[in-house]
Design a protein around this ligand. Structure first.
Ligand code: GLN
Length: 534
């Protein structure tokens, strides 16, 4: 078995430079050249995983097939590579310490003092190598969260230094993503912050091999030379990364800069044929040349931060392109929607999506948005909490069950149409205890979703504690809302639909997590189509 090669992506100068997109773009190019590539993210915070974080902290929580609650960058990795990630692809400082402390309690360290070096760094290195040693990949790209120089990321940088020493530069490569700011007053791009950031890395024993330089303006040959000379890298290893219209242009921009070629030559890997990006280019062409346009409202309560609904907005980009249609997605704050203003606030939208979420805040507005979509025959898509709200709204306004609710919002409701899952009732711990990851769903014949999927057994990812209460199934179905999909093992309702409506679908799972550039999700594709036909 050939040994895997490791590429680390670190960040300098400032956060939010797009390390995840650079890592995903490089991975895409290497994959398109025939190398089995995966990406993992190491986050220096102390939460064991991001599952307990408010979306306003780091954006949405992305869920893998095997039920890991992870950083949203893993969503980019999957959307670019079309290869599922797993528990092993996201590691946090909290998780590393949890393992080391557990080992210590078991007595594994034989009376030694447990320290950051070597015990924490050994555990980090072990986790850095897990995917590489699985035999499934030729190249493992590891994105290190945070910015070089942060106290929290020191053990990670030290672990990379040790791996470099163990495996040499032919097998381990460091790509440093940095910012070259443009100073208007001076009329110049400035290299000093990058020089300082590389110096910080050097102090920690790491000479980066490649600099990827984010810049608003093209990097002149002089600046390139300056960066190469003062940061001690080869001139062809200074890669320009200009701002782009869409993140999906990044692989082609990196290809133009020959990032993949430089990487392969440094890792002494053959740069076989040119990468096959025909499907990717076709997607980009469709994205840039839409023939029609729809306007969709995303109704949710985390609207101030676009990253809170990242996978949903990306799924609409994939679905739009596949329909040759531009999807204009507008975030509508559910907290401001009322019976009085809903018609005016949602005027002009050709489709309404009610987003996932937790807790009571903004619920009434979601129910109003759903009633509006149902009564006005506007295509509606409800995801997780959005599906649960569709059931509540239907129970209240169509079945006449006044006060019907989810026990999450009203524990004393007379009609708990959505209730806590049996398996959740005795749980005291919050972290990692929801119903997480992939479960099968059996779809009914003649349903709207059957037409979308084209098959009767599907598997989708989940993240919830509450479920449709089967006690109300008959009453709800008799009134015209059907259970169009359920878990074949437990009977849990997974999909609801309303007949005689332009498109009204609610799903307990998160289809957005499985939409990729090469596989746009069928429910998003069909929802956009229904909006186009409206
Ligand atoms: N709060 C709901 C539940 O826990 C929905 C969760 C979600 O939308 N992801 O079941």
């Amino acid at each position: 078995m050939k040994k895997a090669k490791y590429i680390f992506v670190t960040g300098g100068v400032t956060s939010s430079l797009g390390k995840g997109i650079v890592a995903a773009s490089l991975a895409k190019l290497l994959q398109a050249r025939g190398y089995r590539t995966t990406i993992q993210k190491f986050d220096p915070y102390i939460n064991v995983d991001p599952g307990t974080l408010n979306p306003y902290e780091h954006g949405e929580c992305y869920v893998t097939d095997d039920g890991a609650e992870t950083d949203l960058d893993l969503g980019h990795y999957e959307r670019f590579l079309n290869v599922p990630t797993s528990q092993a692809n996201n590691v946090t400082t909290g998780r590393v310490y949890q393992t080391v402390i557990k080992n210590e309690r078991r007595g594994d360290y034989l009376g030694k003092t447990v320290q950051v070096i070597p015990h924490i760094t050994d555990e980090i290195k072990r986790r850095m190598k897990i995917l590489g040693e699985s035999g499934k990949y030729d190249i493992v790209i590891t994105e290190i969260g945070g910015t070089v120089g942060d106290i929290e990321s020191l053990p990670y940088i030290e672990s990379i230094r040790q791996l470099l020493w163990e495996k040499s530069h032919e097998n381990v490569l460091v790509v440093h993503l940095t910012l070259i700011p443009y100073l208007k007053a001076a009329g110049e791009l400035k290299t000093k912050p990058t020089q300082h950031s590389v110096k910080s890395l050097l102090e920690l024993g790491i000479q980066p091999d490649i600099l990827v330089c984010r810049a608003e303006r093209p990097i002149t040959p002089e600046i390139r030379k300056k960066l190469a000379l003062f940061c001690n890298v080869q001139a062809n290893a200074v890669i320009e990364a200009l701002d782009l219209k869409s993140i999906y242009e990044a692989p082609l921009a990196m290809l133009k800069e020959k990032l993949d070629k430089v990487v392969l030559s440094k890792l002494k890997l053959q740069s076989k044929s040119e990468p096959d990006l025909s499907q990717w280019r076709e997607f980009l062409f469709k994205l840039e040349h839409p023939k029609s346009e729809v306007s969709i409202a995303l109704v949710g309560k985390y609207v101030a931060l676009p990253d809170a609904y990242k996978s949903i907005s990306e799924a609409f980009i994939h679905a739009g392109a596949s329909n040759d249609c531009k999807v204009r997605l507008t975030y509508v704050n559910s907290e401001i929607l009322t019976v009085e203003n809903v018609a005016q606030k949602l005027k002009g939208f050709t489709g309404i999506l009610v987003a996932p979420g937790f807790g009571h805040r903004g619920i009434e507005g979601k129910l109003e948005a759903i009633r509006f979509a149902r009564e006005q025959n506007i295509p509606f898509f409800g995801i997780c909490l959005g599906m649960q709200c569709a059931v509540i709204e239907f129970a209240q306004n169509v079945c006449g069950l006044t006060g019907a609710y989810s026990t999450e919002m009203d524990p004393n409701t007379p009609f708990p149409v959505i209730d806590l899952m049996e398996s959740q009732k005795d749980l005291a711990q919050k972290g990692g205890t929801m119903r997480l990851g992939s479960y099968d769903c059996k779809i009914s014949k003649n349903s709207t979703v059957m037409k979308a999927y084209g098959k009767s057994l599907i598997s989708e990812r989940h993240r919830h504690r509450y479920e449709f209460n089967d006690r109300y199934k008959k009453q709800i179905e008799d009134a015209g809302m059907i259970i169009a999909g359920y878990n074949p093992k437990t009977g849990l309702a997974e999909i609801i639909e309303i007949k005689n409506h332009s498109w009204f679908v609610g799903v307990q799972f998160h289809p957005e997590l499985k939409s990729t550039v090469s596989n746009p999700h069928p429910l998003f594709v069909k929802f956009v189509k229904a909006c186009m036909e409206k």
